[in-house]
Write a protein that binds this ligand. Structure first.
Ligand SMILES: Cc1ncc(C[n+]2csc(CCOP(=O)(O)OP(=O)(O)O)c2C)c(N)n1
Ligand code: SF4
Length: 314
C-alpha cells in the first residue's frame, strides 16, 4: 500500500510566469523573505499585459542582489558593472531607438555609485523605464549604508545608526526631469503591476521606486523581524496619495510610507529634442534618429560615407 502511494505522480503546476523566466538559472540567489522576486512577478505580469513586443524589450541591471534580475528574465538581458546600468541603457537606446529599454537595479547601484547617471538620464528625459528596488542598504555586499538608509537605521558600516539625510527618490527623480514617477512596496502587488505597465508605456524617463524587504541584512540588523513582518509594516503604514507632492514623500525609519503615482507629465525626450534641434540647424542634411525603425547597418555605412562627403548624420 505504502509503495503504491509513493508511485503516485503529482503534477506540479507550472508557475504562471515560467515562460518569462530563464528556468535553467533557477534556483535564484535571493534569500527567503527577500522582496525582489515578488517585484519580478509584477514586472512579468506588467509586460504580459503591456502589448509590447518582447523581442523589442531589453533589460539592463547593475551589480547587486537586484542586479540578478536581468539574468533571470527571458529578454535581451545585460548584467553590467556596478553603477553603470543607466549609461549602458542610454547607449543601447541611442544606438537602437526602436527598443524599449528597462533598467532594473538596486538603490545603491542607481543612486550611490550610479547617482550621476541617474540624474542626467532624468534631466535629458532619455526614453527608458527605471525600476529601482529600495531595500535601504547595499544588500549583496553585506548591508553597508546607502544613500537611502534612513537616519537611525543601523548598517554594517554605520553600526551606531546612520546620521546622514537619505535621498527622497521620487523628489530627486522629479526635480531632475522624470516624466513618470511612482512609489509602491512589494506588498502592493496589483498597484505595482499597474504602475510598471504605465511606466513601460510612457515615453521618456519613467521611474518606479519599490520598497522591498531585505530580511537578511537590513531587517535582522535593525530588529525589524523577517520578510513577513516587513510586509505587515508596509501594509499598516502605507498611505496611497496619488499626485502627492514629491517633496512631501520622504521616508524615515519604520515611519509612514506615502505610495502612489506622483508624476505623469509630458516633455520632449532626448531623441525628440535632438531631432528638432538638428533639423532646425541642418535642414534636410540631417538624418533623424527614428524610434520606429531599427538601425540598418548598410544604411549606417551609407550615411557615414555621406557624412564624410558633407552630409550630417547622428
Ligand atoms: C565598482 C564597484 N564597486 C563596488 C562593487 C561592490 N558592490 C557590488 S554590489 C554592491 C551594492 C549593491 O547594493 P544595491 O545596489 O543597493 O543592490 P542590492 O544588493 O541591495 O539589491 C557593491 C557596493 C562593485 N561590484 N563594483
Ligand atoms: S541579502 Fe537582502 S536583498 Fe540580497 S537576496 Fe538576501 S534578502 Fe534579498
Amino acid at each position: 500500500m505504502a509503495e503504491e502511494l509513493y508511485d503516485i505522480e503529482v503534477a506540479v503546476p507550472e508557475n504562471p510566469i515560467e515562460s518569462f523566466l530563464r528556468m535553467d538559472r533557477m534556483p535564484h540567489i535571493w534569500c527567503p523573505g527577500c522582496g525582489i522576486g515578488t517585484t519580478v512577478n509584477c514586472f512579468a505580469r506588467a509586460l504580459e499585459t503591456s502589448g509590447l513586443d518582447l523581442d523589442k524589450v531589453a533589460i539592463v541591471s547593475g551589480i547587486g542582489c537586484t542586479g540578478r534580475v536581468a539574468g533571470y528574465v527571458r529578454l535581451d538581458s545585460f548584467h553590467t558593472t556596478h553603477g553603470r546600468a543607466i549609461p549602458f541603457a542610454s547607449g543601447l537606446k541611442l544606438a537602437n531607438p526602436s527598443l524599449k529599454v528597462v533598467v532594473y537595479s538596486g538603490d545603491g547601484d542607481l543612486t550611490a555609485i550610479g547617482g550621476n547617471h541617474f540624474i542626467h538620464a532624468a534631466r535629458r528625459n532619455l526614453d527608458m523605464t527605471v525600476i529601482l528596488i529600495n531595500n535601504f542598504i547595499y544588500g549583496m555586499t553585506g548591508g553597508q549604508v546607502a544613500p537611502t538608509t534612513p537616519i537611525g537605521a543601523s548598517a554594517s558600516t554605520a553600526p551606531h545608526g546612520s546620521f546622514e539625510e537619505a535621498f527622497n527618490l521620487p523628489f530627486l527623480a522629479e526635480s531632475c526631469g522624470a516624466v513618470y514617477v511612482a512609489r509602491w512596496t512589494a506588498y502592493h502587488v496589483r498597484h505595482l503591476t499597474k504602475a510598471i505597465k504605465e511606466a513601460l508605456l510612457k515615453k521618456g524617463f519613467s521611474f518606479v521606486e519599490i520598497l522591498a524587504p531585505c530580511p537578511t541584512l537590513y531587517s535582522r540588523r535593525n530588529k525589524l523581524g523577517d520578510g513577513l513582518d516587513q510586509m505587515v509594516y508596509y501594509k499598516n503604514s502605507s498611505e496611497i496619495k496619488n499626485g502627492a507632492e514629491t517633496k512631501s514623500v520622504a521616508l524615515d525609519l519604520q515611519g509612514k510610507i506615502i505610495v502612489g503615482k506622483f508624476v505623469d507629465k509630458e516633455r520632449p525626450t532626448y531623441i525628440d529634442a535632438m531631432n528638432e534641434h538638428f533639423r532646425k540647424r541642418l535642414g534636410d542634411r540631417y538624418i533623424p534618429s527614428d524610434e520606429n525603425k531599427e538601425p540598418n547597418p548598410c544604411l549606417e555605412r551609407k550615411s557615414r560615407s555621406a557624412a564624410s562627403a558633407g552630409r550630417a548624420s547622428f
